[in-house]
Design a protein around this ligand. Structure first.
Ligand code: GLN
Length: 451
């Protein structure tokens, strides 16, 4: 199995992988074979998996899609990587992503964007573009990804695959290269909700090495997959169906909601009145945290260092100017600004207060419904290059995913049909499911019944 996927991955021109080390993969596969032969296999033993290049790995490079870490090899494995290896899964390699997970199109990767297999003139979405492409094109049967403001859900939607961002704190952030620590959350991207449930079984769990990891008992996320949906109340937020939503995406989402009614669910109109504010709030908080997290890339400890410099300050300056791309620099500047004396109260503190109000909106909504459904993104995947020079256009397209991130709620994307691309026809549409805190098993059940 590993051999077959390696061959496909190596032959592909979709730029989904940043690093492939066949000897390491095949050595792990041989170990898995031994374990299978000895009869002590776990459910995922021998199944290959590829990791978003935000998770650090021993043996493979860990670049975070950045020149800063172009040749960096970590001395340890991320908790998530360790957990999958303990389950006997076989690492296929490292997957392309936007630099430090900042982006919505994979075009901010130092290694160039992965290509959407449905239409190679379209972006794959981001930041976990490589993960979604690898699944959609059959270059891996399972992939890890991370979601800070939509980076699991939106690329899954754009590539027609399934992804789940668990409740904040479910999956360890240890060894996940940090972007915005109060938002970052790892999760799987795979073909189906059932696959995601199996992967989450191995991936989720308390980790004392992550201070925000939630101390709860392990769960079997497959336990409710077969439950029927009679009486399920689906909250449909009116703010998610406003003028910015393209007609083809809306039609696909409405058709999916009708399917859910046939499965026994009822639709309830709800309101998430602060939806619009999630964009400015996120784009204050995430850069603020990023500016602090990325201060560790100073050319001293690891990663890129400028070849020539006059003194320490010059070394920092040149290293960071050369090592970081445009979008990362933009966010460091915004972050440093909103945290600076005199602006902190006006921007950062204000954003934190509104973040709480956004979470309150969801809390209120969940008194009226069991799950929230709507689009993942306002449009299908756009053309490569179409928004590359317009950061704000990228930020605005995050409108429907940021709320669940700011509130720390679990969210999923499942494929629900197709819309029209600008040039070449059909591009996938993703239905977003947002659950209440720790409601992953229920979300996976709801997704599985539709699939
Ligand atoms: N598109 C968002 C951003 O650029 C979300 C990225 C993410 O979830 N990592 O920050």
């Amino acid at each position: 199995l590993a051999q077959g996927y390696l061959e496909r991955a190596q032959a592909s021109d979709l730029n989904a992988y940043i690093d492939i080390q066949p000897e390491l993969t095949l050595a792990q596969a041989a170990e898995a074979d031994k374990r299978l032969a000895a009869g002590n296999a776990a459910p995922l033993t021998g199944i290959p998996i590829a990791h978003k290049d935000i998770f650090v790995t021993r043996g493979w490079r860990s670049t975070a899609g950045s020149r800063m870490l172009e040749n960096y090899v970590s001395p340890f494995d991320a908790s998530v990587v360790e957990a999958f290896q303990a389950a006997g899964m076989v690492t296929l390699g490292k997957l392309n992503c936007d630099e430090f997970a900042m982006g919505s199109s994979n075009e901010n990767s130092y290694f160039g964007p992965a290509k959407n297999p449905w239409d190679t003139s379209a972006v794959p979405g981001g930041s976990s573009g490589g993960s979604a492409v690898a699944i959609a094109a059959g270059l891996a049967p399972a992939a890890t990804a991370t979601d800070t403001g939509g980076s699991i859900r939106q690329p899954a939607a754009f590539c027609g695959v399934t992804g789940i961002k668990p409740t904040y704190g479910r999956v360890s952030r240890y060894g996940m290269i940090a972007f915005a620590s109060s938002l970052d959350q790892g999760g799987p991207i795979a073909r189906t909700a059932e696959d995601c449930a199996l992967l989450l079984n191995a991936m989720a769990g308390f980790d004392p090495r992550d201070s925000t990891s939630v101390e709860r008992d392990r769960e079997d996320y497959t336990r409710d997959l077969e439950k029927d949906l009679k009486g399920l109340r689906i909250g449909v937020p009116k703010e998610y169906f406003g003028p910015g939503l393209s007609a083809d995406v809306e039609a696909a989402i409405r058709a999916a909601l009708t399917e859910y009614e046939k499965l026994g669910a009822t639709l309830v109109e709800i309101s998430l009145p602060k939806t619009e504010l999630s964009i400015p709030v996120y784009y204050v908080i995430a850069p603020a945290e990023a500016s602090s997290n990325l201060s560790r890339f100073d050319g001293v400890r690891y990663g890129h260092r400028a070849a020539q410099y006059t003194d320490l300050a010059d070394m920092y300056r040149k290293t960071r100017s050369e090592g970081f791309g445009e979008e990362v620099k933009r966010r460091i500047l915004v972050g440093a600004y909103v945290l600076s004396h005199g602006y902190y109260d006006a921007y950062y503190l204000q954003a934190q207060k509104i973040r709480r109000l956004i979470a309150d909106d969801f809390r209120q909504a969940f008194t009226q419904c069991d799950v929230i459904m709507g689009p993942v993104a306002p449009t299908v995947a756009w053309d490569l290059g179409a928004k590359a020079d317009d950061p704000v256009a990228n930020y605005l397209a995050d409108i429907f995913t940021l709320g669940a991130s700011l509130a720390g709620l679990p969210g999923m994307s499942i494929p629900c049909g197709f819309g029209q691309g600008e040039k070449n026809g059909k591009r996938p549409v993703g239905l977003q499911l947002i659950g209440n805190y720790f409601g992953e098993a229920k979300l996976l059940n709801i997704a599985h019944q539709y699939q």
